[in-house]
Design a protein around this ligand. Structure first.
Ligand code: FCB
Length: 464
């Protein structure tokens, strides 16, 4: 089934899933997500150390308009009102991340003030009955670790395990699910491969070595989290990309395959099969990382869940050598990011993963959403394209569930507009609008409709 604009626009309700959708089931978790550096601000408070993103933002030319996360949504000070807003919308789950530089001093000892912030926040979320997914690493590496090589240094993986140990001892009982890393592809490739993200290095060999150390960090942390907080779920969050061939030629089909190897199998194969895909090293010859005995077993330890972040597809052709090149399609629907709206990609990938990985754990869609140039007009934000986007992507999730993929929940990216990394504040992904001059939050129409659905679902399930 195609989740195209026409079929959704023609239905009477712009958001509510049809009656036969699996999303009406009360055990399908619906929530929203954020990340520490993108919303917290307060970068110099209570002993927080600098992170690689503070450094990157301070480097001219790296972030649009020279923006930084210095103030962001000021969530560090406004967290109580933000939790009230989340609960008021009836969202059932909240995915947040912890800022590593806030909770550990330079010598690795706990920073109590930073820890207390997360304790207060998670306690309040628990009181409100909100299911919490906590990501340990959403890209804000302490700068002092980068100064020693960052993810190119194997030591960083062991420091991450120490950090996971501290957090799970301190927060056990207040976290429903731990995700070790957010999108290692972005940390490794954008951070060390093409330099679009912090720390901004450009070298394919660095990217594969950084990926290995990131995955090792994940693998070392999982047993630590299990020991300290056995009741919680443990997993990792991966961004996935759909690559489609520009033509039916064997070369273009091979290019699309390589695209998906580079975006998906590079991460999922080591986690779920215990090996790196050989095709990756055909794409980037000579970039095999240094792997020590036992690493692949550590990396492929069983997971309770796999978090999947999905945004768009890329149409690719052969580059004439052993790689691929993007061939942007004309006349397709796009978002403020320029990303193509392509819900089928989500469904197709989920079904293909189920075929490819016999041990695919239960899946949560940990991020999905879109940026639009939203404006507050007479106190309201009518984000029509987002409403349609969400409806179509939730239909794709429903279709994958019906095809047999075990998908347990969906988190919208994002609860509120925030610091969109290299794009600064221009790109608005929230279901809540943020006026950065006043920090006023305005509930967008999309949030109203999600909220209405959740309330209706609750009532309907109470009646059954
Ligand atoms: C993902 C990131 C998230 C957000 C969205 C738009 O790659 O995990 O922080 O920036 O993209």
């Amino acid at each position: 089934m195609a989740h195209d604009a026409l079929s959704s626009h023609s239905s009477a309700d712009p958001f509510t899933p049809p009656a036969d959708s699996t999303l009406w089931r009360e055990n399908f978790l619906l929530g929203a997500a954020t990340a520490s550096y993108q919303i917290e601000g307060a970068v110099n408070e209570d002993g927080r150390l600098p992170s690689i993103w503070d450094t990157f933002c301070a480097t001219p030319g790296k972030v649009l308009a020279g923006d930084s996360g210095e103030v962001a949504c000021d969530h560090y000070h406004r967290w109580e009102a933000d939790v009230d807003m989340l609960a008021g919308l009836g969202l059932e789950g909240y995915r947040l991340s912890i800022a590593w530089p806030r909770v550990m001093h330079l010598d690795g000892t706990p920073n109590r003030k930073g820890l207390d912030f997360y304790k207060r926040l998670l306690t309040r979320l628990k009181e409100k009955g909100i299911t919490t997914f906590v990501t340990l690493y959403h890209w804000d590496l302490p700068q002092h670790l980068e100064d020693r090589g960052g993810w190119l240094n194997r030591e960083t993986a062991y420091r991450f395990a120490d950090y996971a140990d501290l957090m799970s001892r301190e927060l056990a009982g207040n976290v429903d699910a731990w995700a070790t890393l957010n999108e290692p592809w972005c940390s490794a490739y954008l951070g060390y491969g093409n330099g679009h993200h912090a720390p901004g290095l450009v070298n394919a060999r660095f990217a594969t070595q950084a990926m290995h150390h990131l995955l090792l960090a994940h693998g070392l942390a999982v047993p630590v989290l299990s020991a300290n907080d056995p009741a919680s779920q443990k997993g990792i969050v991966a961004n996935i990309g759909r690559g489609t061939p520009n033509s039916d030629s064997a070369d273009d089909r091979r290019a699309a395959h390589l695209f998906e190897v580079q975006h998906n199998a590079w991460i999922l194969d080591p986690l779920l099969k215990g090996t790196y895909p050989q095709a990756l090293f055909e794409l980037w010859p000579g970039t095999e990382p240094l792997i020590l005995d036992g690493d692949m077993q550590t990396i492929s330890a069983p997971l309770d869940f796999l978090g999947i972040n999905y945004y768009f597809r890329t149409n690719v052709a052969s580059d004439g050598a052993h790689g691929f090149k993007d061939v942007p399609l004309q006349g397709v629907e796009r978002t403020q990011m320029g990303w193509e709206v392509y819900p089928d990609g989500l469904c197709d990938l989920l079904i293909s993963f189920r075929r490819e990985y016999a041990n695919l754990p239960p899946v949560y869609i940990t991020e999905n959403g879109m940026a639009s140039d939203d404006k507050v007009i007479d106190g309201r934000v009518d984000d029509t394209q987002r409403i349609s986007f969400l409806k179509r992507h939730l239909a794709a999730v429903d279709e994958a569930i019906k095809a047999g993929v075990d998908i347990r929940g969906y988190f919208l990216w994002s609860l509120m507009d925030n610091f969109e990394w290299a794009f600064g504040y221009e790109r608005r992904f929230g279901i809540v609008h943020v006026d950065y001059a006043t920090q006023k939050r305005t509930i967008k129409r999309s949030a109203e409709l999600v909220s209405r659905f959740l309330k209706e679902r609750k009532e309907r399930n109470l009646r059954i």
